[in-house]
Design a protein around this ligand. Structure first.
Ligand SMILES: [Zn+2]
Length: 231
């Protein structure tokens, strides 16, 4: 395994170290300090100070939760239709179970009318824009570097930073015969781009590595909550 395994995208750039400090931790520290007043008069103001600081802390936590994660183009709606246009049977048959599994186990979030994933099957050409994501495998010469395992690109842009149709390509020379873990991770990661997730803004967990080179194959709850919030 090499470091650049975690850089999957040419379109959206490589993961970067996110050096932002969790500022709500500093607020919590201040609360602890204010909890030990030396003068009795301060006690009168303590509840107000504490509640104010706690409110600020909550706001900061919410800001952080809402500010990160997204940076790419959002899908045009919460009905996420996908199709394979891979022409080679062996490549389609290898990758299709991973794509279908990730769409349904990671991104099918419609229990609260959130994202609904719909399989439009295998098609022989680029489908109309009622299909939101079409995918296929391409040889390594199509990628910016041979080591890139996959990429996701908006092919039909819309206003309001939305995308009508994404293309996902998988590196057939480097991914098809790779481990199930690496395929599952890459598939989960690239699908996330088709919903607006962005490499430098996510949480370094699940299928979204930044500095730790996480190779998780599934979304974690934090990431799912961001998607439910957005869609
Ligand atoms: Zn990426």
């Amino acid at each position: 395994m090499t470091k650049n395994l975690s850089c999957f995208d040419t379109t959206f750039g490589c993961p970067t170290q996110d050096s932002r400090l969790p500022s709500f931790i500093m607020s919590r520290t201040h609360v602890t300090e204010f909890a030990k007043p030396k003068k009795p008069a301060t006690l009168l103001f303590l509840p107000i100070v504490l509640s104010t600081l706690m409110a600020i802390g909550v706001i900061l936590i919410q800001d952080i939760a809402r500010a990160d994660y997204f940076g790419g183009r959002y899908a045009d709606n919460d009905q996420h239709r996908y199709a394979s246009i891979e022409s080679k049977d062996s490549h389609h048959n290898k990758l299709n179970p991973f794509v279908t599994d990730s769409m349904h186990s990671d991104y099918e979030l419609d229990t609260d009318n959130d994202i609904n994933t719909i399989n439009d099957g295998r098609q022989s050409a680029v489908p109309g824009t009622h299909v939101d994501v079409y995918w296929y495998a391409a040889d390594e010469s199509h990628f910016s570097r041979p080591s890139v395992l996959g990429d996701a690109t908006c092919k039909k842009t819309m206003s309001n930073n939305k995308c009508d149709q994404f293309r996902i390509r998988f590196n057939e020379d480097k991914l098809i015969s790779n481990t199930a873990g690496q395929i599952g991770h890459t598939v989960c990661h690239e699908i996330g781009h088709t919903l607006g997730s962005d490499d430098g803004l996510t949480d370094d967990e699940g299928c979204w590595p930044q500095s730790k080179y996480s190779l998780g194959t599934d979304l974690i709850d934090h990431e799912i909550n961001h998607l439910k919030d957005r869609y």
